[in-house]
Structures are given as structure tokens and as C-alpha cells.
Design a protein around this ligand. Structure first.
Ligand SMILES: C[S@@+](CC[C@H](N)C(=O)[O-])C[C@H]1O[C@@H](n2cnc3c(N)ncnc32)[C@H](O)[C@@H]1O
Length: 349
């Protein structure tokens, strides 16, 4: 079973930062987890606090697949996941003073000097937290590295925006994370810091305002049946002719369009249509011809590709992925290759 319904794609929204009460359909406290790993901590929090809404950031696709399965098992309604760097996501997707709490559990410490910019706890990230957290909102940071804990403690203590309420060695919380269990079972020490916001900071957002990736934003009633009726229809606009060749759907709708101008020049592209509650965002996607292959030995039959791109992939009777269109221009083929946890899918452009 592959579940994708909890993933939120920022590019499909008309404005930034996002209106989370619209996304969750209610006004509730928002809690964020940075780098949710296999999702067990986030699942437990969301189960124990149905009155709050939860947002997780991760970069690993495998983590996305595992976490969403857990959410589905408990039919959770109060959690969404975003596949972007949390430093970027917290800054661009959350308005000022909108987050009650941010958990950062056992992030990679990036111990080498030349990698220190990669640490999630950089100065810039603290600045973001000082803006997006509500007053008295907290950051909970856990690590197994003493030097890292002391560095983060020092950063919070020397910041005018935070006070440190907790610095604890070998802490215990109601819910453990996978890495916490791992380090504890190896007899390693663990450290917890809880820092509370006492002053609001200012952060400069790069994408604030209209989503300028969007071609158009509109309101109205769009249905699969109505879109399907567009297949084969021809539209004229000044000196161009457009034909809607095919309409696809997964989480969004995709219209394959061919346009021809007076000189006979043809172009193929996709229109990605996504929306909710009557608000729709239309984005152009260029079509490119790709050769798709599946390495059957590497395929574990997880079904991610079939779920993301059913017109190109299908799980066969042997439980392995089969390619239905070895040459395709469907952009979801690339998504499937990027998301394949074993790298069994290759796409050549
Ligand atoms: C060591 S694991 C810890 C996982 C989990 N929090 C736990 O305690 O079991 C760190 C996780 O953070 C994710 N990660 C690293 N940098 C990130 C970033 N900038 N934004 C979001 N997630 C990130 C990694 O993909 C990885 O899954």
C-alpha cells in the first residue's frame, strides 16, 4: 500500500506563506517536526493531540513513504508532510507567530568544520524560528553529541529572542524517536534543550505574496468528469490552435496540450491543475521525451511508481514494476524515478 495523500506540494498554492487553517479546515495550534525520519514520533504526537495540527519536513523519500503508511493506519486527519529543506519551508510557508512548537530530533550534527553551514541549527534558522514561533512558543532540540548540544545551547543562550528552559542529559519524554532508541540502546548519552521565544525577530521571505510559478489562479467548480470532456476539444486563440490530447489525474489533474501556430510550429506541454475548496492553480509543465527502464533485480515491488505514474508503470503478477510506455513525455515518470527507494527506475531524457 502506497499512501501519498498527506504530502503537501507548496508549488500548488496560490500565495505564500500558506494559510494553514484553510489547509486543515480549522483553526488549531500548529506543531512542526524537522526531519521526521520514519515518522513514528509525528504519528504518536498527532494521535495523542487530535486538537492540534502537525506539519513534518523531510528530504528523504523513503521516510515519506514510511510515515504516510503510519498516518493512514490510524486514519490521521491532522498531519501534513512537506518535501523541502525545513530551513526553507519554515521560513517561506509559515506566517509570523503561527507555530506553537518545533521539534528537531537527532539531526545530523555535521561535525566537520567545512560542513558547519549544513547544520540545521545555523544562525539563519534561529532567525526564522524567532519569527514563525508564537510568543512563548518553544523549540525542542535533541541530540546524542555533547559538543553539538553545547553549541546549540550557547546559540540559544546568546540570542535575544530565546531563553533556555531545559538543558537535560539522558532525558525521557513520553514518546521516543527511532534514533533516540538506537543511541540509548548503544549506551550513548542524549541531550535535550527546550528554548522558549521571548522576543519576535524579523525574517525576510523570498517567496512572499503571489505564487509566481503559477500561470493562473482562479475560483470555480472543477471536476474530473468536466475535464475528461475536454479530451479532443480544439480551441482557437488569435493565431494559435490548441488541442487537449489527454487528461490524467493523480493527486492533481494534468492536461496534455498540443498547440500549433500559423507557421505550423507545434509545441507539446502539460497544464498541471491543482486545488482545493474551489481555488485552483494552473502551472505549465514542459513535456520532454524520456526513455524509461526498470531494473527488475533491484525492484522490490513497493508500488511507489505505479501510484505516482499509473499510465507509465504497473505492478505485474510477479510483484515487479512493468513499464507500460518505455518512451513517454509524462512528467510523472521522472517523479517516479526520483521517488523509487531502490533506484530501480531509470529515466533518460
Ligand atoms: C538522523 S535522522 C533522525 C530522524 C528522526 N528525527 C529520529 O530521531 O529518529 C535525521 C533526519 O533529518 C532529515 N533531514 C536532514 N536535513 C534536513 C533538512 N534540512 N530538512 C528536513 N529534513 C532534514 C534526514 O533526511 C533524516 O531523515
Amino acid at each position: 500500500m502506497v499512501v501519498t495523500e498527506y504530502e503537501l506540494k507548496p508549488q500548488n498554492f496560490p500565495r505564500f506563506p500558506l494559510d494553514w487553517s484553510e489547509i486543515f479546515g480549522r483553526k488549531a495550534k500548529i506543531v512542526v517536526e524537522v526531519g521526521f525520519g520514519n515518522g513514528e514520533f509525528l504519528t504518536e504526537l498527532a494521535r495523542r493531540h487530535p486538537e492540534k495540527d502537525f506539519v513534518g519536513f523531510e528530504l528523504s523519500i523513503t521516510s515519506f513513504v514510511k510515515a504516510q503508511k503510519k498516518f493512514k493506519r490510524y486514519n490521521l486527519k491532522n498531519v501534513r508532510l512537506v518535501k523541502v529543506d525545513a530551513r526553507f519551508g519554515l521560513r517561506e510557508l509559515f506566517p509570523d507567530s503561527s507555530v506553537e512548537k518545533v521539534y528537531i530530533n537527532f539531526p545530523c550534527p555535521w561535525p566537520k568544520k567545512r560542513h558547519e553551514d549544513r547544520r540545521i541549527t545555523s544562525y539563519d534558522f534561529l532567525q526564522t524560528l524567532s519569527a514563525v514561533l508564537e510568543m512563548d512558543g518553544t523549540v525542542e532540540f535533541a541530540t546524542d553529541e555533547e559538543w553539538y548540544a553545547r553549541e546549540v545551547l550557547d546559540t540559544f543562550e546568546s540570542s535575544e529572542y530565546f531563553v533556555v528552559d531545559v538543558f537535560e542529559e539522558n532525558f525521557r519524554r513520553d514518546v521516543e524517536t527511532r534514533y533516540e532508541r538506537k543511541w540509548k540502546s548503544q549506551g550513548k548519552k542524549t541531550y535535550l534543550i527546550v528554548a522558549r521565544k521571548v522576543k519576535s525577530g524579523i525574517v525576510k521571505r523570498l517567496m512572499e505574496g503571489e505564487n509566481n510559478m503559477a500561470h493562473s489562479v482562479f475560483e470555480g467548480n472543477v471536476t474530473w468528469e468536466k475535464l475528461k470532456e475536454l479530451e479532443g476539444k480544439v480551441f482557437k486563440d488569435e493565431n494559435k490552435i490548441f488541442v487537449v490530447k489527454k487528461v490524467y489525474r493523480d493527486n492533481d489533474y494534468l492536461l496534455k496540450v498540443i498547440s500549433t501556430d500559423e507557421g505550423g510550429f507545434q509545441q507539446m506541454y502539460y497544464l498541471n491543475l491543482s486545488g482545493r475548496d474551489g481555488k485552483w492553480v494552473l502551472i505549465f509543465k514542459e513535456g520532454r521525451n524520456m526513455k524509461v527502464r526498470v531494473d527488475a533485480d533491484a525492484c522490490i515491488g513497493c508500488g511507489v511508481c505505479e501510484n505516482l505514474c499509473p499510465d507509465v508503470f504497473q505492478l505485474g503478477d510477479d510483484g515487479k514494476a512493468k513499464v507500460l510506455q518505455p518512451e513517454t513525455d509524462l512528467p510523472c515518470a521522472k517523479d517516479a524515478a526520483d521517488s523509487c527507494p531502490t533506484g530501480a527506475i531509470s529515466v533518460e531524457e
